[in-house]
Design a protein around this ligand. Structure first.
Ligand code: NAI
Length: 327
């Protein structure tokens, strides 16, 4: 029988964890037929809740679920991990400055990066979901010098999926008719969802909508969708975030479909003027289990300005965590 793939999920007792674990255990992360061993990392106060979730996972009797481990020690939880889903993070609380937020998260993602470096499997792939995701990924990566830098990524797939859904609704087409959507930059309100390269029925999406809708409705709706969900639901996106995490890792391992691409925040190689090393969202394809940034796209002046603004924010965040000694 096949050796199970070990998937470590941090923040396992949180809302996203609850929406994510059952889908992983059912086989949706890795592809059907691949057995999985789950490792749940939580803070001590939440270990009991994680145990409750593990009881429910048992009660699903998933044929592909080979076992569940629970720990409050990253060194234990990442032992032999093939996939790390870094979901648990310190949320911004009232009165917290940006520097405090970055520092609190540095205290989480630094040690987790080191634990991955020291204990994970050689093929480990890491997706950071916990915010500020791009910069948390940078911190984890900086603490894992023995792991190839490209194995550290951050999630913009939820933004990508939101953009697909908004455009499909506007044009009254199925989401499957839309190809080559791109989210550029930071997973934050400055992100740039790009319709100048997206295609609907083989034609450029931006030419099928009016400029006012693109600029004043589409971009802000996608960028502020997280806040709209909080307003409506009284809690932040959870099932859709978990779904996006599944999409990201599934495509990373199994490849993106021919003739299409997706969005992921990956370490920049300097493409499109994004400073090298920043973990920024790009149009990407996955081949042979590795992300590649789609090359050669023409960037119009409007897009250039938007991309530069979001990338400048990422550079600022890198500067701030560097000054705090977190890299
Ligand atoms: P939540 O508050 O329900 O759960 C977070 C869990 O992480 C808690 O159970 C907490 O105990 C745990 N945790 C905290 N510190 C930890 C540590 N050091 N090690 C292990 N576990 C730890 O939050 P929720 O809704 O599940 O969201 C998680 C994160 O995902 C948040 O940072 C949120 O902002 C982010 N997010 C990112 C999205 C994206 O598109 N990139 C979309 C939606 C949420």
């Amino acid at each position: 029988p096949q050796t199970p793939v070990k998937v470590t999920v941090t923040g396992a007792a949180g809302q996203i964890g609850y929406a994510l674990l059952f889908r992983i255990a059912s086989g949706q992360l890795l592809g059907q037929g691949v057995p999985v061993r789950l490792s749940l990392l939580e803070i001590p106060q939440a270990v009991k809740a994680a145990e409750g979730t593990a009881m429910e996972l048992d009660d699903c009797a998933f044929p592909l679920l080979a076992g569940i481990d629970i720990s409050d020690d990253p060194n234990v939880a990442f032992e032999g991990a093939n996939v790390g889903l870094l979901v648990g993070a310190r949320p911004r609380t009232k009165g917290m400055e940006r520097g405090d937020l970055l520092e609190a998260n540095g205290g989480i993602f630094g040690p987790q990066g080191k634990a991955i470096n020291d204990h994970a499997a050689d093929d480990v792939r890491v997706l950071v979901v916990g915010n500020p995701a791009n910069t948390n990924a940078l911190i984890a990566q900086a603490h894992a010098p023995d792991v190839p830098a490209a194995r550290f990524t951050a999630m913009t797939r939820l933004d990508h999926n939101r953009a697909l859904s908004q455009l499909a609704g506007k044009l009254q087409v199925p989401v499957a008719d839309i190809k080559k959507m791109t989210i550029w930059g930071n997973h934050s309100a400055t992100q740039y969802p790009d319709l100048y390269h997206a295609e609907v029925g083989g034609k450029v999406a931006a030419e099928q909508v009016d400029d006012a809708w693109l600029r004043d409705t589409f971009i802000p709706t996608v960028a502020k969708r997280g806040a709209a969900i909080i307003e409506a639901r009284g809690a932040s996106s959870a099932a859709s975030a978990a779904n996006a995490a599944i999409d990201h890792v599934h495509d990373w391992i199994n490849g993106t479909p021919q003739g299409d691409w997706t969005s992921a925040a990956v370490p920049s190689d300097g493409s499109y003027g994004v400073p090298e090393g920043l973990i920024s969202s790009f149009p990407v394809v996955s081949k042979g289990g590795a992300w590649e940034i789609v090359q050669g796209l023409d960037i119009d002046p409007f897009s250039r300005e938007r991309i530069d603004a979001s990338v400048a924010e990422l550079a600022d965040e890198r500067e701030a965590v560097s000054r705090l000694g977190l890299l």
